[in-house]
Design a protein around this ligand. Structure first.
Ligand code: ZN
Length: 684
């Protein structure tokens, strides 16, 4: 691993932050924290922490010795001054004289000594930073270090690798006891440049930010060098079928099986992120996968994101989808039963009563295919997938030089159910459509764009399909949060299939589809050109059927129901003169919606439609509005608000109707009208 320290960048950071009144110490602390945070081999997603001992001024202008230490919830790669809250150092140092200190008391005393009461909670490893005398202290969970410390003979191996330069601290759960033990190890030999925390990670320290940072890089480089030497061949290949079910079919099977069915018939779904690479395949295709993959996490911190062990599936043999799906369900059932047993067994020895977490796996390994990271959101699934990938590499290296081991199940339980770790995950109510994947066709503009935005606001993961790649990318970027933009021609079967495959790879499957793409063709029905009419039917009817059919096949594979929503039109209920080419296929689409509701209600799939009218969009642009207003002899404003409520109807109003239909759990075969009120177009 190379040092990325640049004096120029460090100075630039100091100069830049000086304008915000940030001290040089803290600026350099921020600079090297980001350097460490950006190295995926060192820390992932909020892991690791750093600190600097410096002085700050209190309200009276009096200097106070403080420890600025990473706050819980901050990511090292993006740390800002606010992410390193200042804690008064002296009272914290006094704690070392105590024999025991509960986690609650620890959090309390740390908060009481914050200079700014609005700061986030200082890291759970704050005391360890405080008890070391150096000005700068860095802590990571470097993969290379973990491959060496997670070995049966790790103390001897660690000595071989780092000699006397690093102190060795046995595994102890983070908190007060670990901080004291680490400080004791340091006191035995204050010449060390850092501490190796067995089965956990590494600390380095120094009198400058650069010294501490470079000691980290050096220690990790030494570990990497050892991992490159005297390697044995790992992971003899299992006998795998010649042909494998593609990941796009595997994903909905896995996602469906890992959705928890609740008593009220709802499904607590997860989002699934797929990963594969030559390294992952070598790992999941190994003959002994059942041994090395089930040992446990590489550092205890990961257990709250990935659970202790991944779910292992059999290889998906091509042509045997049903058999594979049955095997996945059985494997998930076994996993859940084992998790309940693990909780019950370990909870029996805890003094307080703990609430069992959802028992579903967070990482799934599929021989011949790759791995999935699972989580309640796309972000959480990405974290699980990233950690799983790092785990594959760390265990591969550990096995190449010895045998991978991990701390005991009891130790991992203590971390998974530790109140301070649980706090990192954040609580609170989930948005109503969190855990749902929504596909919106015609998402690049108008009603589609507004609908995708509205679903995202309800917590859904959204995929926007549109024939205009640029437009749909722009909307997805505005929505942010991992919204997916896919170029798709809904009249083309292959294009639709490919788009849904992309969604399945990105999120694991689909739950709600808003079939919205459409375009207007006009003409008097007696004179209409047959080619034009068929063209309109292609987009305004057959494309809806194509999208719905593809969606239903994925929804049935998942087995957790689903929602089909169609954008029909006023034309489907109250035809307008000379609008036959548009209204006829829309009328057929309304019937299509009812047919889906009828034929697939038994699969838990609901189908509903929105009938909107007079909405300012690409379909009904300003020129068209002006022309129609003139034709009726009214002003544009009057024309647009010519309804019972006397108010213009917007794309957002239509979007809300789609959201409401998605949430109406007992409503199917319904049409919701969004037109401000028009008795002639009212349904009877
Ligand atoms: Zn740690």
């Amino acid at each position: 691993m190379k040092s990325r320290w640049s004096e120029r960048d460090a100075k630039a950071m100091t100069r830049h932050l000086a304008t915000q009144d940030v001290s040089r110490d803290l600026s350099l602390r921020i600079y090297s924290t980001r350097l460490l945070g950006r190295e995926a081999q060192l820390v992932l997603h909020g892991g690791g922490n750093t600190s600097v001992k410096t002085t700050a001024k209190d309200l009276f202008g009096k200097p106070v010795d403080v420890l600025c230490v990473k706050g819980s919830g901050w990511d090292m790669s993006e740390i800002e001054p606010a992410g390193l809250p200042a804690v008064r150092l002296d009272p914290i140092l006094q704690l070392r004289h105590l024999n025991i200190l509960s986690d609650e008391d620890l959090v309390n005393v740390q908060r009481l000594n914050l200079l700014n009461a609005n700061s986030p909670n200082p890291s759970v490893e704050t005391l360890l930073h405080a008890f070391l005398p150096h000005q700068f202290v860095d802590h990571t969970h470097a993969n290379a270090v973990l491959s060496i410390t997670n070995q049966p003979d790790s103390p001897a191996l660690a000595r071989e690798v780092w000699g006397e330069r690093m102190g060795l601290v046995p595994y102890i759960m983070p908190g007060f006891a670990l901080a004291k033990a680490a400080a004791d190890v340091f006191d035995q030999d204050p010449t060390v440049e850092g501490l190796i925390l067995l089965n956990h990670g590494i600390f380095t320290f120094g009198s400058t930010a650069r010294e501490s940072y470079e000691r980290m890089i050096t220690a990790v480089t030494v570990a990497e060098a050892r991992l490159a030497r005297r390697r044995k061949r790992v992971f003899a290949r299992a006998r795998l079928p010649r042909s494998i079910i593609p990941v796009t079919e595997v994903a909905p099977i896995v996602r469906g099986a890992c959705a928890l069915s609740e008593v009220d018939g709802r499904h607590l779904r997860l989002i699934a992120k797929f990963r594969t690479s030559p390294e992952i395949l070598r790992y999941v295709n190994g003959k002994d996968l059942a041994r090395y993959s089930q040992v446990g996490v590489i550092t205890p911190d990961h257990t709250i994101r990935t659970k202790n062990t991944p779910l292992l599936l059999p290889p998906p043999v091509a042509g045997q989808v049903d058999r594979f799906a049955a095997a996945v369900n059985e494997a998930v059932d076994r996993f859940v039963a084992r998790y309940h047993a693990y909780f019950a067994h370990n909870n029996a020895r805890s003094t307080d009563s703990k609430q069992e977490l959802d028992p579903m796996p967070r990482v799934v390994l599929v021989p011949g295919v790759g791995l999935f990271g699972l989580g309640p959101s796309s972000g959480a699934a990405t974290v699980a997938a990233d950690i799983a990938e790092a785990t594959v590499l760390a265990i591969t290296n550990a096995e190449a030089i010895g045998r991978y081991v991990c701390v005991s199940e009891a130790d991992l339980f203590d971390i998974e159910y530790w109140s301070l770790e649980q706090a990192k995950l954040g609580r609170g109510e989930e948005a109503p459509l969190a855990r749902h994947v929504v596909v919106v066709t015609g998402g690049g503009s108008g009603i589609g764009a507004a609908t995708a935005t509205a679903f995202a606001a309800q917590g859904a993961e959204v995929a926007l399909l549109d024939i205009n790649r640029q437009a749909v990318s722009a909307i997805a970027a505005t929505i942010g949060g991992g919204a997916l933009a896919i170029e798709c021609d809904v009249t083309d079967q292959t294009s639709v299939r490919n788009a849904f495959d992309t969604v399945c790879e990105a999120f694991g499957g689909i739950d709600i589809v808003v079939s919205n793409a459409g375009a207007v063709w006009q003409g008097r029905v007696g004179d209409v050109d047959d080619t034009m009419l068929r063209q309109s039917f292609e987009l305004n009817f057959f494309a809806h059927q194509q999208v719905a059919q593809t969606s239903v096949s994925i929804m049935k594979t998942q087995g957790t129901g689903g929602v089909l929503l169609f954008n029909t039109s006023k034309q489907a209920i109250n035809p307008g003169r000379d609008f036959g080419p548009y209204g006829l296929p829309k009328t057929a689409t309304l019937a299509l919606m009812r047919q889906y509701a009828l034929d697939h209600g038994g699969d838990g799939i609901r189908a509903n439609a929105v009938n909107a009218d007079r909405i300012r969009t690409g379909l009904m642009n300003d020129g068209m509005i002006a022309a129609r207003a003139t034709a009726r002899g009214v002003g544009e404003q009057k024309y647009m608000s010519g309804n019972l409520l006397g108010r213009e109807v917007t794309t957002e109003d239509v979007a809300q109707a789609f959201v409401h239909l998605a949430l109406a759990r007992k409503t199917t075969a319904a049409v919701v009208t969004v037109d401000g009120g028009n008795i002639a177009a009212a349904l009877r």
